[in-house]
Design a protein around this ligand. Structure first.
Ligand code: TMO
Length: 312
């Protein structure tokens, strides 16, 4: 599709130079969890302050690759190793998207439970404890344990099978729906295990831990013989101490070298990401308000993100 869309842009531009700006707009991918949305709008503000026009492109997380490869969007500001590395690495390798650098933040995404359930399921956070306790995690309809997850691509069903856990996955359609269920369960001190990640707003409010599955290794993802189950892949957890990266389209450099430099220099810590999430999920600000507030807190750093020869 990119073969057609770009020449069309130029053609329109020849007929009416006004349209050029439409084609050159920088598409910022707005995905399905709060910190990503807020930080995407922060980048939008940073670009607009340099006179660069932006477009927010909403997408489910698994649609991001299509949007970037075909140039419908140019920037994804939070690519998480735990849930996105496989596709990201593949597309970078064949030159369909560009790796625009790694944030300072160290991340993790995995099964998580509140500390108050520990006395009820001895052995946690070791995953083997779940074997004896699975019925405690039932949602009442049948005794099978329920693991609550979100709309992000995770190998949970494969993991449940490979580790022979008596669990099924209940997948919430959006990040907001996931946190609604979370709030209800934790406020009434229910027993549950849910997909969570760090940095996030949760760690500032609730005590809890990630399940310690057998440590991740690439072989676990690609070689069935690896690990406790010789027949199946994914007899391991998601990677710990993971990276957080920025992905950009192949077209961004041509559209705006300044935009690319701003994205490259925009490197965030765990605290930066957690603040972005908390402004929406704890303080209930809108995404736009949260982005403005985040920028206000970080105004001393704006110069460093803007200070590029390409932006003058
Ligand atoms: C990509 N996510 C942070 C929701 O796991």
């Amino acid at each position: 599709m990119d073969k057609f869309s770009r020449p069309l842009c130029l053609f329109v531009a020849v007929l009416a130079s006004v349209s050029m700006s439409v084609c050159a707009k920088i598409g910022l991918l707005e995905l399905d969890w709060s910190s990503q949305k807020v930080l995407t709008h922060v980048v939008g503000e940073l670009l607009q302050a340099k006179g660069i026009e932006v477009d927010y492109v909403s997408s489910a997380a698994d649609g991001q690759w299509y949007q970037l490869v075909y140039g419908h969007a140019d920037v994804q500001i939070e690519v998480w190793q735990g849930s996105m590395a496989t596709q990201f690495d593949k597309l970078v390798k064949v030159g369909k998207i560009i790796d625009a650098g790694t944030h300072m933040a160290v991340t993790r995404e995995d099964w998580w439970y509140p500390d108050y359930i520990e006395p009820l399921c001895p052995g946690l956070p070791d995953w083997k404890a779940l074997k004896a306790c699975s019925a405690l995690f039932s949602d009442g309809e049948d005794p099978q344990g329920v693991y609550i997850s979100g709309p992000w691509v995770k190998p949970d069903r494969a993991r449940i099978r490979a580790l022979d856990l008596d669990f099924r996955v209940r997948e919430m359609p959006t990040g907001d729906a996931l946190w609604e269920v979370f709030d209800r369960l934790i406020e009434t001190k229910q027993i549950f295990v849910i997909f969570n990640w760090t940095p996030n707003w949760v760690e500032a409010v609730y005590k809890g831990k990630f399940i310690e599955f057998p440590p991740y290794s690439k072989a676990c993802e690609f070689e069935p013989a690896w690990g406790v189950n010789e027949k199946y892949l994914w007899d391991c957890g998601n990677p710990k101490n993971s990276w957080l990266k920025k992905a950009v389209s192949r077209y961004l450099a041509d559209k705006s070298a300044c935009a690319l430099d701003i994205v490259r220099s925009f490197s965030l810590s765990n605290q930066d990401i957690a603040l972005a999430a908390a402004l929406v999920d704890i303080d209930n600000l809108s995404v736009e308000q949260a982005a403005k507030q985040w920028l206000y807190v970080n105004q001393a750093r704006v110069e460093q993100w803007h200070d590029h020869a390409s932006c003058i």
